[in-house]
Every structure is written in C-alpha cells, then in structure tokens.
Design a protein around this ligand. Structure first.
Ligand code: AMP
Ligand code: MG
Length: 405
C-alpha cells in the first residue's frame, strides 16, 4: 500500500499541465497564468511626487526654512516646462513628474504662499529637507524587462491590477479543468427525496462538485450510477469526456464494489489502489488516454479528505500551479488530545488565528461517515500513525480546506 507521499508523487508524475487559452483580463480572476510576464515599462515611469506641495532643491531647504520664488505649477498628467534654479520652487500635485533640477518635495501643509506685485513666494517652515523626500524614483517598483509574474500564478485582484498596469489586456491562462462527479450506490436517492428503509441521500455529489468549484474548476454533476456493470459502464463512458472524472463509492472490498473493474474495462489504467491514510484508504487512481480518474471512497468524509489531498493535487498540477502537492501550515493544539491510530490520520479541525499565533481545535469527529462534524471544521490536522497523547499548545501540521467562507 502506498504512503500519502508516494501517492502524491504518483499523481504529480502522471499528470502534466494541460492546454492553455487566451482570455480578456476582465475574465481572468481566479485563472492560472500560463506564461511568465515581463514588464514593458519602468514603474513609476518617471520620478514622481507623492504629495501635493512644492518641488524644491533639497539644498535650498537644508535647514528646514526657506523663502523660494514659485515659477510654475505642474499637475498630474503635465510636464513642467521650466527647470528649477537655485532659490526657486514649482508648485506640484500628487502624481506629477518631478521637474528637472528639483530633487525633493515639501508638502503643502508645511508651506505658506505670499503674493506680492512682482512674484509669488513660498515660505517653508519644516524639518530639514533631504534629497528624495516625498517623491518616488522612476523604476523603484519595477524596471522594463523585469519578470514580474511567473507562470503558475493564480490571478487575484492585485495581480489583475498589476497586469493592467503592464497593458496585458489579453492573458494566456490555463484552460479551466472540467471535472465530472459520479456517485455510485444502490442505496442512494436524490437530495429532493425522502429516503426509505436502507436508503440515504446522495450528499457526496453536491459536496464534491462544490469542492471542484472552490478550486476554480468546472463541475459537471453526472448523477447516480447503480451498482451494476451496465449502468456503471454507461455513466463512466459519459464521465470520461471530462478532464477529470471523480467517482464516489464502490472502491472497497464489498461484493458490489464494481468501480475498479468497470474503470479498467472502460480503458482506464490503474496507477494505485489503496493508500495508508485515514480516512480514505480504498482510494483508487488511474488514467485513460484523455482523462484522469479518481475512485473516491463512498463515506463522505473519506471522499472529502481524498479530494483535498489527491484530487486537488491533480487539479493544481493540470493548471501548472507550483507546488501542486498540499502545503501544510503549523498551529498549536488548543487542548490535550489523545490520538489512537495505526494509519496517518487527517482529523477535522477548526483553525483560528489567535493573537499568539494559529491555534487548532480537533472537532468532535465520529469517523468517516460523520459529515456533520466537518461543518464545524475548516481544516484537517495531520496526526502520524501511532498512539500518542498530544499536549495542549503542542505544534501540529494542519491543512486548510479549499472551501471559501
Ligand atoms: P461504498 O464505498 O460504496 O461501500 O460506500 C461506503 C459508505 O459510503 C456507505 O455507507 C455508503 O452508503 C456511503 N456513500 C456512498 N456513496 C455516497 C454518497 N454519494 N453520498 C453519501 N454517502 C455515500
Ligand atoms: Mg457502494
């Protein structure tokens, strides 16, 4: 049986980044950049005032007080015509280019304007003025030719703003991944039905589809396949049109666990079956010519955890996100916790930021069928195999779940 690390390794070596497409910047939120982007400009593009005030020669105001002759006014979008001589100032607005000859800005609050018949004077009374004060130099944040964004970056509002500054109105991004979700089981009824004796509602389909969407991919809900070869084969065939097909249920050792054999019959080659992990041990993974297939265990928390560990890795890999494998954070346990288990366990927890750092509380979890407790959780705590009494405030490894609050 593979370890989690070996299983993740198998996924990242089998799955390669998928196709790319061009999209307008306005539609690129949440998409993943397929090509690195170089700057075609210096930013700021010129030495620029950070304040409304007066552009001066710092030397003229080295003591903090001076009376200077105002020779011009320059606002954002204009360029001063004059070059500043000793004893002169140019009134300047935030965002305007620093005039030639000036090397500092004195903010308007530290000045007083005096107008007499011949000229306008500015009286400055402030702390000693130094070169570069209240201005920003050309190219401070980036230079033309700098690589400012690597491929594999998921685009958030600030990336879109930066790409807009760079004039990248059309972006090369990875195509959105389509994920089919197929539930299996004779006991399942649709969520609008009242379950009869022995039946349960199909909760996995809704949950897995939502996990897919929370990862920025497109979910296609394929309904319920019954535990017979004909129905399974037909619905698997339909699902193999997707980039990824997720099945839930039918991968353990029961008489009606037909998923692995029906996948193989449909031309999907097994890469692994079963991982040393709790919950989620029976997880199945394989590939066909055009699709990646996961057989997730039917128990809802097993399905959910296997999605977070394995499916998310495949999704990240398909769109070139680096690293593709899950990255844990560290948090202190909120309470003593007695762990018993012979498999590495991903235990639902509630992660919170406290003034003294991140803290995680294991929720009252009753095992792989207990979906209810996961609604009180936002993460999973990784406990390595082996019985152990963990102490409150001890550091543990935590994986945040993808769902947005
Ligand atoms: P299986 O792996 O098919 O043996 O299913 C394991 C457990 O998960 C059984 O108790 C199933 O009833 C339950 N289960 C399977 N599929 C779903 C589903 N789509 N929604 C909720 N529970 C499920
Ligand atoms: Mg089943």
């Amino acid at each position: 049986m593979l370890t989690v690390v070996e299983a993740l390794d198998a996924i990242t070596s089998v799955v390669a980044p998928g196709p790319v497409e061009s999209v307008p910047l306005a539609q690129a939120l949440g998409r993943v950049l397929a090509d690195g982007v170089d700057s075609d400009i210096d930013s700021p593009p010129f030495d620029k005032s950070l304040m409304d005030g007066f552009a001066v020669r710092a030397k003229d105001v080295a003591t903090g007080t001076a009376r200077l002759v105002v020779v011009e006014e320059v606002t954002a979008g204009e360029v001063a015509e004059k070059s500043l001589e000793t004893g002169q100032a140019i009134q300047i607005m935030t965002g305007a280019p620093i005039p030639d000859g000036a090397d500092a800005v004195v903010r308007i609050e530290d000045t007083e304007v005096e107008i007499d018949q011949q000229q306008t004077l500015v009286k400055i009374d402030t702390r000693p003025v130094t070169t570069g004060q209240d201005m920003i130099q050309q190219g401070t944040s980036m230079r033309r030719g700098d690589t400012v964004m690597p491929a594999g970056r998921r685009l958030r509002p600030q990336e879109l703003g930066l790409l807009a500054e760079l004039g990248q109105h059309t972006l090369l991004v990875h195509r959105q991944v389509t994920v089919g979700v197929l539930a299996t089981g004779d006991e399942l009824v649709t969520i609008d039905r009242q379950p009869q004796a022995g039946q349960i509602r199909n909760s996995n389909e809704s949950m897995l589809a939502a996990q897919v969407r929370a990862c920025g991919a497109v979910a296609r809900e394929l309904g319920i396949a019954r535990d017979n070869p004909e129905d399974l084969a037909a619905k698997i065939r339909e699902g193999l049109d997707c980039d990824i097909l997720l099945l839930s249920g039918g991968v353990s050792a029961g008489r009606l666990d037909l998923v692995p054999e029906q996948l193989e019959a449909a031309g999907v080659t097994q890469v692994f079956h079963k991982v040393k992990v709790k919950p989620g041990k029976p997880v199945w993974f394989g590939t066909s010519e055009d699709a990646i297939v996961f057989g997730l265990p039917g128990n809802p928390v097993s399905s959910m955890v296997c999605f977070e560990l394995f499916v998310r890795t495949a999704l990240r890999r398909l769109v070139g996100t680096d690293p593709a494998i899950p990255c844990p954070t560290a948090a202190r346990l909120a309470c003593d916790f007695e762990f018993r288990g012979d498999r590495p366990t991903y235990f639902p927890g509630r992660l919170e930021n406290q003034p003294d750092g991140p803290r995680v509380t294991p929720v009252n979890w009753h095992g792989s069928s207990d979906l209810r407790s996961t609604a009180d959780a936002n993460s999973m705590i990784h406990f390595p195999a082996g019985d152990q009494l963990y102490q409150a405030r001890q550091w543990v490894e935590v994986h945040e779940w993808a769902g947005r609050a």
